[in-house]
Design a binder for this molecule. Structure first.
Ligand SMILES: Cc1ncc(CO)c(N)n1
Length: 229
């Protein structure tokens, strides 16, 4: 946060400060060519199918990660409502798993046959490393926000006025791009910013590193849809 006093950063929120600082990689994660192709109607449906199968595996690995955050919130948080926001996130993951199971057969994707690709394995391994009790609540709640926010921002773009998203993909975009999901992401962001305000410089650096890693992993995850991994 060079050039800004700590007080100034706290007013605008640490997260927005980081997003401005790391604009390029954030844009890479939230306006990936796959998303832009959905939005302009030129999407290669085999790329969508590859994404679908890989994301089902990711979401299954995401559940225990979110469970580990719930435990940390219960132990470390100064605000009892944090747990309720995280719990609502777990409930939407339950819906997501059911959705993948009903969506996959429509595209001839057999979920039991999916082999996780390298970018997916890397991402799942990263999540697993953050489940350790040594990793602070402030780090994981910010990572949680970032993971959800990348999808919310990406898919909301495909629903904007003027987008030419194919009819058969609108429901997918609605799943993450809807306003309710946007509000949920904002609740996570508020929690993260509140924790970051009180964080030590060491914790702040650890969060920034983890946030950048998420953005990198999200870009690599979208890249898997090209099928040249
Ligand atoms: C790779 C990835 N990032 C974020 C989300 C949001 O839940 C998801 N389903 N998959």
């Amino acid at each position: 946060m060079e050039g800004k006093t700590r007080e100034e950063v706290e007013k605008s929120g640490m997260i927005d400060t980081w997003l401005m600082k790391h604009r390029l990689i954030y844009t890479g994660a939230t306006r990936h060519p796959l998303i832009l192709s959905i939005r302009d109607g030129t999407v290669d449906l085999s790329a969508y199918k590859r994404w679908l199968g890989q994301d089902y595996i990711f979401v299954r690995a995401f559940v225990p990660f979110v469970a580990s955050i719930l435990i940390k919130a219960w132990k470390e948080s100064d605000d009892a409502t944090d747990m309720e926001v995280i719990l609502s996130g777990m409930a939407s993951l339950n819906d997501e798993i059911a959705w993948f199971k009903s969506e996959a057969p429509k595209w001839g994707v057999q979920l039991t046959d999916i082999v996780p690709q390298k970018a997916n394995q890397d991402y799942c391994r990263f999540l697993e490393s953050l489940m350790s009790l040594d990793v602070k609540y402030t780090v994981v709640i910010t990572v949680f926000w970032a993971i959800e926010a990348v999808y919310q921002t990406s898919f909301a773009l495909c629903l904007e006025d003027g987008s030419k998203t194919p009819a058969e993909l609108r429901e997918t975009c609605q799943r993450w791009g809807n306003d309710g999901f946007g509000q949920y992401c904002n609740s996570l962001k508020k929690i993260a910013n509140r924790r970051l305000e009180k964080a030590s410089d060491d914790v702040l650096s650890a969060v920034e590193v983890a946030l950048l890693r998420v953005l990198e992993l999200e870009v690599e995850f979208w890249n898997m849809s090209r099928g040249d991994a």
